[in-house]
Design a protein around this ligand. Structure first.
Ligand code: MV4
Length: 498
C-alpha cells in the first residue's frame, strides 16, 4: 500500500524528526497540536495541521478518537505515533487498522503480546532467548517460597503489567517475602488494574544494553547493533552511546542473534528494540521489547548510516527490507545527551518558562534534534526533554571530547537545564573508563550541586540572567526595551570553558 500522507501523532523533537523523514521522501505530513503547542516547530513544518484542543495529554496526544478523526479529516492514510503517548497502545494500533489507516509500527497483537511481561518472557524462553531465572506462577508443584530457594536471594518482584521499572520491589531475605508480595500485588492492582506478579533473581549492578532491530512485513529481520543505556535516573535515560565498551565481537554476535530470534518469534514488523541486561560476568538476559521508535535511535543512525525513520515508512508501505545483516557496519562511536529543562541541584525539579536565549554548538558530526527554539514556552504538560545532542567521533574518546566541547558551547537560558550535570557525568573518571552500570547516577551523583563543578563565571552569568528575568517580571515591557542592551545580544559566542 502506498503511503500518500502521514499524520504525526506526537509533538516535540520526534514529531519534527518524523516530518523531516517524510519530507525527504516526498510524503506530505499532517501535524496535530494541543492549545499550548500552536506555534511549535512541528506545526510550522508540516504541510497541514489540525488542533486537538485542551493541552492535557488525555485530551490531546493520548486521545484516540480525536487523532483518528484528524487522520480521517486530513485524508492521511498512515499514522506515525513517535515514542511515548500512543506509540505502544495496542488499542490505538487496532483503531487505526479498523479505520483503514496504516499504523507505522508492529501489529496490535504484537504490541499487546510484548506489553504483558510474563507472556513476553515465556515466549522468549521458549524461543531460546536467555531470560532471568525466575518464577511466574506457571511452574507446577512449586510454591513461591520454594522458587525463592531455587532462585536465591535477593529476588525482585515485578508487576507483569509494569515495565519501565514501575512496580518493582527487591526482597533480600525470606522474612519480608510474603509481606512484600502482598503489597506489590495491591500496588499492581491499583496502578495497572492487573495484580499478576513475577519473581526474578535480582541482578545487583546490570548494564542496560539494547539492540535496534528492523523487520519487514515479509519475515526479513536485521539488527543495527547495540546501544548502551546504563546511565539513567529513575528509569529515565540520560546519556546513551554506541558501541558499548562492555561488548566484544563474540558477545555482540550472540546478543544480535538473540534479538533477531526474539523479533522473528513474535512475527515482529517495523522498527523495535530488544532490551537486555548484562551482568558483571557478561551473561545477558532478555528484559523487554519496546515496540516503537526510541528516543535514542539517532546514535544508531550515526554509527550505521541507516535512516531508521525512513525505513519505518518504507516497511509500513509493504516494501521489502533490502538491508543485509553482513553489510550493516558499525563504524565509529556516537553519544547522545538528553537535555532536560530540570534542575539537578534541586532534586531534578522540572523547570518551566520561556526559552530566552539559545546558542547551539555546530560542527562536523554534531546533531541536534529538537522541537523548540528561542522564544518557545516550556510548559508543564509534557516531558521536560528540550533536545537531544548527539555527537559522532572516530572512537569513544574522540566522541566524549566532542560531547564535552558541544555541551560547553551550548547556551540555553530562561529555563534551568541539566547541561552542567551532563558535563559532570562526561567528566567523571568512571565514565571515562566506561565503568558504568544502571546505578551510576545514584552511586556518584546522589547529592549534586552545580556549584561544586561550575567555574565562577558560569555562576555569575546565571546570576545576571536571574536579575534580568526578575526585571522582566517586575516591569512589563522591560524585556523588549532591554533586549539590545542585554549582554547576551552582544556577547557573541561565549565559552563557559575559557
Ligand atoms: C531488573 C533489575 C535487576 N534484576 N530485573 C528496570 C526496568 C524494568 N523494565 C526492569 N528493570 C530492572 N529489572 C532483575 N531481575 C534491574 C532493573 C533496573 C534497570 C534495568 C534497565 C535499565 C535501568 C534499570 C535501572 C534500575 C533497575
Amino acid at each position: 500500500m502506498e503511503i500518500t500522507k502521514v499524520l504525526v501523532a506526537n509533538r516535540g523533537e520526534i514529531a519534527v524528526r518524523i516530518i523531516r523523514a517524510c519530507q525527504e521522501m516526498g510524503i506530505p505530513t499532517v501535524a496535530v497540536y494541543s492549545d499550548v503547542d500552536k506555534s511549535c516547530l512541528h506545526v510550522e513544518m508540516a504541510e497541514e495541521s489540525l488542533p486537538l484542543g485542551d493541552p492535557t495529554p488525555a485530551q490531546s496526544y493520548l486521545n484516540i478518537p480525536k487523532i483518528i478523526d484528524a487522520a480521517k479529516k486530513s485524508g492521511a492514510n498512515a499514522v506515525h505515533p513517535g515514542y511515548g503517548f500512543l506509540s505502544e497502545n495496542a488499542k490505538f494500533a487496532k483503531a487505526c487498522a479498523d479505520a483503514g489507516i496504516k499504523f507505522i509500527g508492529p501489529t496490535a497483537e504484537v504490541i499487546e503480546g510484548m506489553g504483558d511481561k510474563i507472556a513476553a518472557k515465556r515466549t522468549m524462553r521458549m524461543a531460546g532467548v536467555p531470560v532471568i531465572p525466575g518464577f511466574t506462577g506457571e511452574e507446577k508443584n512449586e510454591t513461591i517460597e520454594e522458587a525463592c530457594q531455587r532462585i536465591g536471594f535477593p529476588v525482585l518482584i515485578k508487576a507483569s503489567a509494569g515495565g519501565g521499572g514501575k512496580g518493582m520491589k527487591v526482597v533480600t531475605s525470606p522474612d519480608g517475602l510474603s509481606e512484600a508480595i502482598a503489597s506489590a500485588r495491591r500496588e499492581a492492582k491499583s496502578s495497572f488494574g492487573n495484580d499478576e506478579l513475577l519473581l526474578e533473581k535480582y541482578l545487583s549492578k546490570p548494564r542496560h544494553i539494547e539492540f535496534q532491530i528492523l523487520a519487514d512485513e515479509h519475515g526479513h529481520v536485521v539488527h543495527l547493533f547495540e546501544r548502551e543505556c546504563s546511565i539513567q535516573r529513575r528509569h529515565q535515560k540520560v546519556i546513551e552511546e554506541t558501541p558499548s565498551v562492555a561488548m566484544d565481537a563474540e558477545l555482540r554476535k550472540k546478543m544480535g542473534d538473540a534479538a533477531i530470534m526474539a523479533a522473528k518469534t513474535v512475527g515482529y514488523s517495523n522498527a523495535g528494540t530488544v532490551e537486555f541486561m548484562l551482568d558483571a560476568d557478561r551473561n545477558f538476559y532478555f528484559l523487554e521489547m519496546n515496540t516503537r521508535l526510541q528516543v535514542e535511535h539517532a546514535i544508531t543512525e550515526m554509527t550505521t548510516g541507516i535512516d531508521i525513520v525512513k525505513w519505518q515508512i518504507k516497511i509500513a508501505s509493504g516494501e521489502p527490507l533490502t538491508l543485509e545483516q553482513d553489510k550493516i557496519i558499525q563504524r565509529g562511536h556516537a553519544i547522545e545527551c538528553r537535555i532536560y529543562a530540570e534542575d539537578p541541584g534541586k532534586g531534578f525539579m522540572p523547570s518551566t518558562g520561556t526559552l530566552k536565549t539559545v546558542e547551539l554548538p555546530t560542527g562536523i558530526n554534531i546533531r541536534h534534534d529538537t522541537g523548540i527554539s528561542q522564544g518557545s514556552q516550556i510548559s508543564p504538560f509534557y516531558d521536560p526533554m528540550l533536545a537531544k545532542l548527539i555527537v559522532y567521533g572516530e572512537d569513544r574518546k574522540d566522541a566524549s571530547r566532542k560531547m564535552e566541547w558541544a555541551l560547553s558551547n551550548y547556551i540555553a537560558l530562561g529555563v534551568t537545564t541539566n547541561i552542567p550535570f551532563l558535563r559532570a557525568i562526561i567528566h567523571h573518571p568512571s565514565f571515562a573508563t566506561g565503568d558504568i552500570d544502571t546505578h551510576f547516577i545514584e552511586t556518584y551523583f546522589k547529592s549534586w550541586s552545580s556549584a561544586e563543578v561550575l567555574p565562577p563565571e558560569v555562576l555569575i552569568a546565571a546570576a545576571i540572567d536571574d536579575l534580568r528575568h526578575s526585571a522582566v517580571v517586575d516591569e512589563p515591557g522591560a524585556e523588549a526595551a532591554q533586549e539590545n542592551h542585554s549582554p547576551w545580544a552582544h556577547a557573541g559566542r561565549w565559552r563557559i570553558d575559557s
